[in-house]
Ligand binder design. Structure first.
Ligand code: GTP
Ligand code: MG
Ligand code: ZN
Length: 355
């Protein structure tokens, strides 16, 4: 295998190659992205790199700039001690999320991921509705999701079994495994499931143990982890950048900072895949354009009543569908809606004051 294949290159990317660009640039992969620079590699050592002025100038959104896991065209200088990035390859897969608080902006999380580990810990972090959000984001990107339940040393084993059962009820076709960094349970199994040349990504809230798992897998405390003290760590993440790490066996793993807000940008397909049984049920609604809220003959409402569909899951589905529709609106439509909402809030506050 050549050096690039060792870090995940293959036919899919070879077929995307721009003949003009490949004549004057080399191919490399982005290992990490910092504020104004990147770290890239051709498979033998990390190289400091910056984007060309042209690439920066022509970029109109974060989409156009390199993110961790990207394949790029670059020129190397001075014995490969630094490089300039001139272009980004089309992405096979892409993980992105809405930027906290902003209306239309979004952030790229990582590109060209094969498998995403979605991690939740058995303590108060465990939440099926949040899990559905992560699943929708991952399913949208056509990345294979695997669910990891962490810190299972904290509860009795039958409780772990219960948690796994709950997860399987909402994600029947997805691999779920529970592990502990503390007592080593299942670490070997997770480690040996990682294949050379494939790119994996760790996703989940801050403090669930993503970086600790990375350290467990490489067998050293190479990356910083932190004890979670609720008060102190609020809003602070131990891992601050996304870095592609090459494991001993040749698998590639990207650790990510825990995400506080998981916005959804038009992830309709991902939502439909995540809630596929709801979609099937909806085929039986009396009206084709059923909104599943109060309509006569709604199959979803009937299923909830009959106890065949969990109401919380249904609510999460509707909520995410609405958010996704909102994100698909044009910017001006959103502004209008936001303004109207702002006015409504103001008038409510005012009438509260008056009372
Ligand atoms: N009991 C227990 N604690 C764990 C386990 N794994 C990690 N921890 C602890 O959880 C805390 C957070 O772990 P990290 O690995 O830093 O969490 P993270 O998911 O990388 O967090 P961010 O980088 O902020 O997104 C640390 O104090 C770890 O020691 C585990 O299996 N069991
Ligand atoms: Mg971390
Ligand atoms: Zn309906």
């Amino acid at each position: 295998m050549d050096k690039l294949e060792n870090i995940g290159y293959g036919d899919w990317f070879r077929n995307q190659v721009d003949v003009g660009k490949i004549a004057v640039h080399e191919v490399a992969r982005v290992v990490a992205v910092h504020k104004d620079s990147c770290v890239i590699t051709k498979g033998d050592g990390d190289v400091f790199a910056e984007c060309s002025g042209n690439l920066l100038y022509l970029s109109v959104s974060p989409f156009d700039l390199p993110t961790t896991g990207d394949w790029v065209y670059a020129n190397f200088y001075d014995d490969d001690s630094h490089a300039i990035i001139h272009g980004v390859f089309p992405r096979r897969t892409l993980l992105k999320r809405k930027t906290a608080g902003k209306l239309v902006d979004f952030q790229l999380i990582a590109a060209n991921i094969d498998v995403a580990f979605i991690m939740q810990s058995v303590d108060d972090n465990f939440n099926l509705r949040r899990l559905e959000r992560y699943l929708a984001m991952v399913n949208e990107s056509e990345i294979t999701p695997i669910i990891l339940v962490s810190k299972c040393d904290l509860v009795a084993s039958d409780e772990v079994g219960e948690i796994k059962k709950n997860i399987m009820s909402i994600a029947p076709h997805i691999t779920v495994s529970a592990f502990s960094n503390l007592n080593g349970e299942n670490i070997t199994a997770i480690k040996s499931s990682l294949l050379p040349g494939k790119t994996y990504c760790l996703l989940g809230s801050s403090g669930v143990g993503k970086t600790t798992l990375l350290n467990s897998i490489i067998g050293s405390e190479q990356f910083e982890t932190k004890a979670v003290s609720k008060k102190q760590s609020k809003g602070r993440h131990t891992t601050t950048s996304r870095e592609l790490v090459k494991l001993e066996n040749g698998a590639l793993l990207i650790d990510t900072p825990g995400m506080r807000e998981l916005g959804n940008i038009s992830i309709d397909a991902g939502i439909d895949e995540t809630f596929s049984e709801i979609l099937e049920l909806a085929e039986h609604c009396q009206f084709r354009d059923c909104n599943h809220t109060y309509e006569k003959g709604c199959a979803l409402l009937a299923a909830i009543k009959a106890g065949d569909l969990d109401e919380q899951r249904y609510k999460n589905y509707v909520k995410m569908k609405n958010e996704s529709a909102f994100h698909d609106m044009s910017y001006s439509e959103k502004r209008k809606k936001d303004k109207a909402f702002g006015k409504m809030v103001k008038s409510v506050m005012k009438s509260k004051k008056q009372r």
